[in-house]
Design a protein around this ligand. Structure first.
Ligand SMILES: [Zn+2]
Length: 359
């Protein structure tokens, strides 16, 4: 338990008999009954290089007692183990990312590993529109090392109000434009391009790399539902985590679910859940089918979907899947009420894709 350091995100408040550790990142509080007046001084002495023996000697403490306190504070993400030094480049250029990652990790070597993981991972982004173009930019900013862009569209003037493109990009391929823009943000990011729309034969007709770590579907033609089915069918077969991109829909932003094959509810499990709701709600109702309505959409709301997809992508890529916010959930943001509506969706034994594995 040597080389411990108090995390930067921790605030400490002392009262007569308690010490309150406040985690400013998660707004959680850890209240410990303790009346050692020197506890703050003592914890601040944990700067990453002091040993438990040194502290015991300095404060005349029993080593066993102190060790059990430190083990607890380490487990509770109050203290981090400084078992590796950050490279200077990392401190100079990515200190905020490092500080954020410290809240996910128990040691500085784990933080360095997470950053290396990001640089080695490969993510396929399908559809580079209002959600996909911003997801691509955010993943490049996070330091994701390998991206595959799938799209065939050219930039149109009507894209500029909600997608990551500029006036002088009009008429050029979205994939090429975005590749060029990303080289200015993260020159280390390798980008492969597949010039294609997502159709039923897409995965059969193209050489799909076998080392993809994550697929994010942001294609919405003819509908998010249709494209997500194609992506999910392939990703379940190949056992690749995938995120069903969301979008703006009648003043609701649908936050697409994140799927870890055979561990969380899959696309088909969601369909079973939604069918039960729709069958009940739409009994005796005849649906009026209307083609290509071009429903309202604008960047603040597609931004919510892209930001949340990027956040879950980050957690998948650093392999902290226990922290994912949109697995087993159908989430909608309602711009009228400013509320997120969350419906819990569990894996279904009836699911023809993953039902056999449900315990
Ligand atoms: Zn399923």
């Amino acid at each position: 338990m040597n080389n411990l350091r108090l995390r930067r995100s921790i605030g400490i408040v002392i009262t007569e008999q308690h010490v309150d550790f406040f985690k400013s990142n998660t707004r959680e509080s850890l209240l410990l009954k303790m009346n050692n007046k020197k506890i703050v001084e003592l914890l601040q002495d944990f700067n990453g290089s002091t040993t438990v023996d040194e502290i015991c000697e300095r404060y005349q403490l029993d080593a066993t007692q102190l060790e059990s306190l430190l083990t607890y504070l380490h487990k509770e993400h109050i203290l981090i183990q400084q078992d590796a030094n950050y490279p200077t480049e990392l401190i100079q250029n990515k200190i905020r990312l490092v500080n954020l990652l410290e809240d996910y990790c128990h040691s500085t070597s784990e933080v360095i590993k997470a950053i290396n993981k990001l640089s080695l991972k490969k993510v396929m982004i399908i559809g580079l529109g209002a959600v996909g173009s911003f997801v691509a930019v955010q993943l490049a900013q996070l330091g994701v090392g390998n991206l595959i862009f799938v799209d065939k569209d050219k930039v149109d003037e009507s894209n500029l109000h909600r997608q990551y493109y500029f006036e002088d990009n009009i008429g050029k391929l979205k994939t090429e434009v975005l590749k060029n823009e990303i080289s200015k943000i993260n020159p280390c990011c390798n980008i492969e391009i597949i010039h294609s729309y997502l159709n039923l034969d897409f995965f059969d007709n193209h050489d799909i790399p076998i080392d993809i770590d994550l697929i994010i579907n942001c294609a919405d033609e003819p509908s998010v539902d249709a494209t997500s089915k194609i992506v999910s069918e392939y990703a379940m077969r190949a056992c690749i985590p995938h995120i069903v991109g969301g979008g703006y829909n009648l003043h609701l932003t649908l936050i697409g679910q994140t799927i870890i094959p055979y561990k969380t509810a899959c696309f088909e499990c969601f369909n079973i859940f939604l069918k039960k709701i729709n069958d009940f709600e739409n009994k005796n109702i005849k649906k009026l089918h209307r083609e290509n309505r071009k429903l309202g959409s604008f960047s603040p709301l597609s931004g919510i979907a892209s930001n949340l997809a990027s956040l879950d992508a980050f957690k998948v890529l650093i392999e902290k899947t226990d922290k994912l916010q949109q697995t087993n959930k159908r989430i909608e943001f309602n711009t009228g009420t400013n509320n997120f509506t969350v419906m819990q969706v569990e894996r279904s034994k009836e699911c023809k894709w993953c039902g056999n594995n449900v315990e």
